[in-house]
Write a protein that binds this ligand. Structure first.
Ligand SMILES: NC(=O)c1ccc[n+]([C@@H]2O[C@H](COP(=O)([O-])OP(=O)(O)OC[C@H]3O[C@@H](n4cnc5c(N)ncnc54)[C@H](O)[C@@H]3O)[C@@H](O)[C@H]2O)c1
Length: 360
């Protein structure tokens, strides 16, 4: 089996990302990342029946328990965090315990947050099973849960000990979830790698059929880019913000249309096209590049335009609340064209409203 190993270079907190088909069964590889003898696996009700036993089998003589939560964003809560704490207490977990997050971004963010808190921080391993989690949420150490007041309001930076990406688990991922992950892959080409963008254009069909080789390349290229950005700017003081290309629009759209109506990756697809069109309208980038981006996303059946009933003023008000804004100015991630994202600190509100207006 071919295994790709990447490194997230964070000094003494550095960790490997392993990518390969069938890695859940390769415990000889990942068990070494577990330092103590107690392990809690956190998973969800869709993923656990498919993959939990394989992880358990790999743990052999280690003391382990599993906590299986409901699937979906509602599990990313303080209540679920408490359930993890109760399970750790029942296991008698010490400071050398390890949590394994087996699932999508919801489980990874939640279990990582619990690991950051338990006894002021214990080890955790990411075993992502959605494409979005493989190329984005499992790498970089952002963990957290939602409150009634908003998404991701409580959290911590806590890097995993290792990320184990078994690409074979994607075989069971529903089509819409898969495409939502592809949107984040396209983002890496869009913001920093024109060559990868062109590769995606020529391999869209292979990715749509989940061709193993194409997937391995796309996941490894995405993780390599994210790992590099995280190593240079772990706490998002600069470059890491570029990963939010399209996300200010997307968050506004998700909040306006009601969470759950659009998958996050779908909202990001629309948001990236809006950011590209806004860049063109401001004379910062060629409009032909916006058209190329939109065409590529459409090949994955991703949406590329706002829903017909979207309200530009409501979206703009939401965008004004974004965490990235400073001193009341609208700060957005735009681009100079394919492969060249940039932070623009003070974007004119009327120009934003114009790209949010329905096409006539
Ligand atoms: N920490 C970060 O840097 C970061 C980055 C991006 C997104 N996120 C977070 O990630 C979350 C979204 O993650 P997600 O899109 O993976 O959603 P998710 O975890 O809800 O998974 C999506 C659905 O797929 C199911 N599933 C997962 N793996 C499967 C498999 N292999 N086969 C069949 N079904 C499977 C899940 O049970 C769920 O129903 C959001 O909460 C978002 O805030 C975090």
């Amino acid at each position: 089996m071919s295994i790709v190993e990447l490194d997230v270079a964070l000094g003494e907190r550095r960790y490997p990302i392993w990518i390969g088909a069938g890695l859940l069964d390769e415990a000889e590889l990942w068990r070494g990342a577990i330092r103590g003898r107690q392990v809690l696996i956190v998973s969800d009700e869709h993923v656990a029946p498919l993959y939990l036993e394989r992880v358990r089998a790999g743990l052999k003589a280690l003391t382990h328990e599993a906590l299986v939560l409901g699937a979906g964003e509602s599990s990313k809560s303080i209540e679920s965090t408490n359930r993890i704490f109760d399970a750790l207490a029942a296991l008698g977990a010490n400071r050398d315990a390890t949590i394994i997050a087996l699932g999508g971004g919801v489980i990874g963010d939640l279990a990582g947050f619990a690991a950051a808190c338990w006894m002021r921080g214990v080890d955790f391993l990411q075993m992502p099973t959605t494409l979005l989690a493989m190329v984005d949420s499992s790498v970089g150490g952002k963990t957290g849960v939602n409150l009634a007041a908003g998404k991701n309001l409580v959290g911590a930076f806590h890097q995993p000990r290792a990320v184990v990406i078994d690409t074979a688990t994607l075989a069971t991922l529903p089509k819409r979830e898969y495409a939502a992950g592809v949107a984040e892959i396209v983002k890496y080409g869009a913001i920093g790698d024109a060559e990868f963008f062109a590769w995606l254009e020529s391999h869209a069909d292979a990715l749509n059929t989940r061709d193993a080789q194409a997937l391995a390349h796309a996941i490894a290229t995405s993780c390599r880019q994210k790992a590099g950005v995280v190593a240079r700017d772990e706490r998002e003081r600069g470059e890491r913000a570029l990963l939010n290309f399209g996300h200010t629009f997307a968050h506004a759209l998700e909040a306006e249309s009601g969470y759950g109506a659009l998958l996050h990756g779908e909202a990001v697809a629309i948001g990236m096209v809006l950011a590209a069109r806004l860049s063109a309208a401001l004379g910062r980038a060629p409009s032909a590049d916006a058209a190329r981006l939109s065409a590529l996303l459409a090949r994955f059946d991703l949406p590329t335009a706002l829903p017909a009933d979207a309200d530009p003023d409501a979206l703009l008000s939401r965008m004004r609340l974004d965490k990235k804004n400073l001193s009341g100015r609208l700060r957005l991630i735009l681009w100079r064209g394919i492969g060249q994202a940039e932070i623009v600190p003070d974007v004119d509100a009327d120009a934003i409203r114009a790209v949010l207006a329905p096409a006539i």
